[in-house]
Design a binder for this molecule. Sequence first.
Ligand code: G3P
Length: 215
Amino acid sequence: MKIFIDTAIIKEIEWAEERGLIDGVTTNPTLLTMADRKLGEVVHDVLNIVKDRPVSIELVSQTTDELVEEAKTIVKLAKNVVVKVPMTDEGMMAVQQLEERGIRTNVTLVFSPAQALLAARAGATFVSIFVGRLDDIGKNGMQVVRDTVKLLKNYEFKSMVLAASIRSVQHVEEAALAGADIATIPLKVLIQMYRHELTDKGVKKFLLDWEKVPK
Ligand code: G3P
């Protein structure tokens, strides 16, 4: 499974890049508020680090024509820009036009296999399923990922299933087991993936025992 980092904070992207963890970056307006810098500066810096892998930037227009125009402007920033389009009627019409023009799209705010099917039919490059937000309302977010993986495979759609709104290491593991193509992961969870209490305990014990080895 590929790993995207879900952030607009440059230090976080650098941290993951140093460790060879990034296959792409996803941002959204909420994440951009956390970066607390001007949009142009953030995007410039992200694209500078992640030159050759997809960087998703969210469109904020409402109508199909406006979404298409906004996308055409944004993709001029760099060849690896992918536009995030909301899972709406207008959005899916925009996705069709954008993909026909060779502009890659990430359909965002997908919460059901039915929505994923429509996004795939529109030709989306990525279909982002928001696992954590479904869990938040008492649904099983990962089941939507599992069902969507199966559904897109049944009909040989080319769209990639992107598990988003990832909140835990368990989400990452389950997304990989479900066969998601990508998980977009916040830094906090990436760091947690390295950790296990038995690893920490084992490292300490081996170091203590090493001191006792006659040398
Ligand atoms: O990639 C989508 C993600 O940023 C949403 O995550 O935690 O705000 O639901 P969250």
